[in-house]
Design a protein around this ligand. Sequence first.
Ligand code: GLA
Length: 404
Amino acid sequence: MCFTTPAMKRRLVLLFALFALSALAQTSPSTNLAPTPPMGWNSWNKFACNVSDELIRGMADALVKSGMKDAGYQYVVIDDCWQVSRDEVGNIVADAQRFPHGIKGLADYIHSTGLKFGIYSDAGSKTCAGRPGSLGHEYQDARQYAAWGVDYLKYDWCNTTTQDAPAAYALMRAALDATGRPIVLSICEWGKAQPWLWGKRVGGNLWRATGDIQDRWEGKKEWSPGDCCSYGVVDIIDAVADLYSYAGPGHWNDPDMLEVGNGGMTDTEYRSHFSFWALLAAPLIAGNDLRTMPPEIHDILTNKEVIAINQDPLGRQGRRVRKDNQLKVDVWAKQLTDGSRAVILFNRGTAEQNIAVNWEEIGYPANIVASVRDLWQHKDLGKQTGKTAATVPAHGVAMLAVRP
Ligand code: GLA
């Protein structure tokens, strides 16, 4: 009978192995994490080491009260400096003065507001601020995070000396998965070992592609002589422009957290910053003081039409389709699930100018008719044939949806 032929047996064994493998993949706690770019708030850009229970609770409350939670922001992440030492058995110890209710108490509070909770560590012996890192304690730390109710880990790369980056991040992913709790892994390796090439393979959900952002429009600056560099918004946009093919559901290029509202740029520049992060399918992790933000900043961070471009389930990272160095103009486009395009007309220059885009540049036949909507003015610009254009302020963008 044919079921007993060796060829059939081999096929059955293969089929069973495939079935077992796919079942295993389905049950991994990290399957389906971050299907769209993660959104949330992180303490570093504004508060650096000045973190506390009261501050983080205040931000969770503000996320809810400001409507940001409703707009999609979800993770509240404490960055560096919550940890001070290890105890006699190697467990990580939180700063008891700054976190008097323990990390578990804080996590429970964040969860009670309907938000998720994130924390920070480092693959090396020490964090960038010199606190204990996770090297040699990966499984122990992961178990602790899971017991606290951590949903998101930002894992930094300071003091790693000769460690291998893919191996270090794969190890932490394995440790997180072994806890059984789904935990987003945010790789923070600053692009040094090209994490876009291996971040997905090692189970990273997002990976920093550059050095740290700082709250300025443009320009690289050394931290100290010989120690390169922090970056302005424009530098980061240019650095991630060619990485679009590596982003997709569950695994995103991370051009670093938002500086919107931190005071170093104009509202026009912050609108450009936010528009680009949305178009780049970047994680939208706010980094300002949400308790005191003025209405203009609130309106940028909660622009639901722009956020919808970022969160589009197709998960494409937008790409530059034109760069005119003479006029200092870029045109960028992002394909969306329904086939429409989000478009950014970007004026890098210092004077207002009119910027046009024709349909062929954004991947449409030349003469089709499309509805155009301005996502900052929240205004339909009507049906247009072949092209559209907008007047764009210095350092500004027009962000449009083009729907044939
Ligand atoms: C590095 C990271 C930053 C921040 C600090 C904390 O510089 O890139 O985002 O986490 O460390 O020390």
